[in-house]
Design a protein around this ligand. Structure first.
Ligand code: LRH
Ligand code: MN
Length: 431
């Protein structure tokens, strides 16, 4: 059965209806920005240049420990996941990279998968190892930990899994491995905090030695869950210490949902930039815990403030500043393709608004201790409606001016429901 794909002609036809209004809104904004000596074309070029990676595990419906409500037309294997990632890329044009999770997406034939991806304009970004679940036929369980498990044999098994991931990646062609471990305890006394961290470093040193030159390993910290009392790599400080101990190829990845409520994440970003250890991000949003909600859906100002630190570093030409931007969300009640498109648009909004900040005026206010003026400079950028810029950027890059409307008009999901009869029974859990 042929696989339905949205054609460029369909997108062009869709855009034709919206071009006039977009041009009017764009020209109007251009006049407003010109008054501030801002060249709108520079911002549109920035919007066209932004790149965000899509996590393969996010194109399926997510769930919680209580339930998961699959929808018709869900991808059933890594190839169908790539079809959906390609559809997101086709409509928003800023997501050519896919981040795989092993073994969820372990390809039988990595070079065939690489070809399939390339034929759809996709390539692979950081790969994620998984020692937080037991796989069928696995010798030793990760119930009580993986890289920090008291039993050296379990640690060895976890190290070997990460090295397997490195081997797969050599064929798939991306140069970063993300290591998030769930290791921790549910009760006081269950873990010896210092011994556990020593074992983490001992295991990570072996993985680090297996990394080819110019590759990077991203350490992902998380405050809690699934461990509910102590987590071994629980915060950015611990992650930073480990990245320093391991060496220049080790960097710290910031998943926005992995912090206690109200933690000042943009400050953590500024620190990791200054220390030369910022790997990149798993963007999402949350109200309480690691809710994995759509980026910018709950705290859009925080997302803007994070990009304000990133753009400030970009403009200051911080050496080796090359953060990886990835989404990591769980789409429990929306069509994942729609949520991923809107989240990519939200990141582009925050990035463009951060480029709108009058850096000289901000520095002047900071140096004069004029707190109100400093906030006003940031708010002026955040309150500027840059949607005409990011829509124009999509249009010029061959994407859809209104990606969700085009996607719905294509009836892609309904067509996939016909192509992909559901195989699985309803289950709980994030994927
Ligand atoms: C852990 C995490 C990690 C992934 C997993 C799917 O909460 O953010 O990045 O491996 O989600
Ligand atoms: Mn994550």
């Amino acid at each position: 059965m042929a696989h339905f794909e949205i054609e460029d002609a369909f997108i062009a036809e869709h855009n034709a209806k919206a071009k006039t209004e977009l041009a009017q809104d764009y020209d109007h904004l251009a006049v407003q920005l010109h008054r501030k000596n801002v060249d709108i074309e520079n911002l549109t070029a920035k919007a066209q240049a932004l790149r965000v990676a899509i996590p393969s595990w996010d194109v399926g419906t997510g769930g919680t420990r209580f339930a998961r409500f699959p929808m018709p037309g869900e991808p059933r294997d890594v190839y169908e996941k790539l079809q959906d990632c390609a559809t997101v890329f086709k409509l928003v044009r800023c997501t050519p990279a896919v981040s795989l999770h092993i073994p969820w997406d372990k390809p039988g034939d990595p070079s065939a998968l690489r070809r399939f991806a390339r034929e759809r304009g996709l390539h692979f970004d950081a790969m994620n190892s998984n020692t937080f679940q037991d796989q069928p036929g696995q010798d030793l369980s990760y119930k009580f930990g993986s890289l920090t498990h008291p039993d050296a044999a379990v640690r060895r098994q976890a190290v070997e899994h990460n090295i397997d991931c490195i081997e797969i990646r050599k064929v798939l062609g991306s140069k970063a491995l993300t290591v998030w471990i769930a290791d921790g305890g549910n009760f006081p006394g269950q873990l010896h905090p210092r011994r556990a961290l020593e074992r983490y470093l001992e295991s990570m040193h072996v993985i680090y030695q297996a990394l080819p030159d110019n590759w990077r390993v991203f350490l992902e910290h998380k405050l809690y869950e699934p461990a509910f009392y102590s987590t071994v790599i629980n915060d950015w400080g611990t992650s930073y210490y480990c990245a320093r101990e391991l060496g220049p190829k080790a960097l710290c990845l910031v998943d926005l949902g992995h912090h206690a409520p109200n933690v000042n994440i943009e400050m953590i970003v500024a620190r990791l930039i200054q220390f030369g250890k910022l790997a990149g991000f798993h963007f999402n949003d949350s109200k309480y815990g690691d809710d994995d909600l759509d980026a910018g859906s709950i705290k859009p100002f925080q997302l803007f403030l994070i990009f304000n630190e990133l753009v400030d570093a970009e403009l200051c030409g911080i050496p080796y500043f090359d953060p990886a931007y990835m989404l990591d969300q769980s789409h429990n009640v929306t069509d994942p393709i729609e949520s991923l498109m809107m989240s990519a648009v939200e990141l582009t909004r925050a990035y463009v608004q951060a480029h709108l900040v009058d850096r000289q005026a901000l520095t002047d206010a900071q140096e004069k201790c004029d707190a109100l003026q400093a906030l006003a400079v940031l708010k002026d950028a955040f309150n500027t409606d840059v949607r005409p810029i990011i829509a124009m950027a999509r249009d010029r890059s061959g994407g859809a001016i209104d990606p969700v409307r085009a996607y719905r008009a294509s009836r892609y999901r309904q067509r996939k429901a016909a192509e992909r009869p559901a195989e699985h029974q309803v289950s709980a859990g994030i994927v």
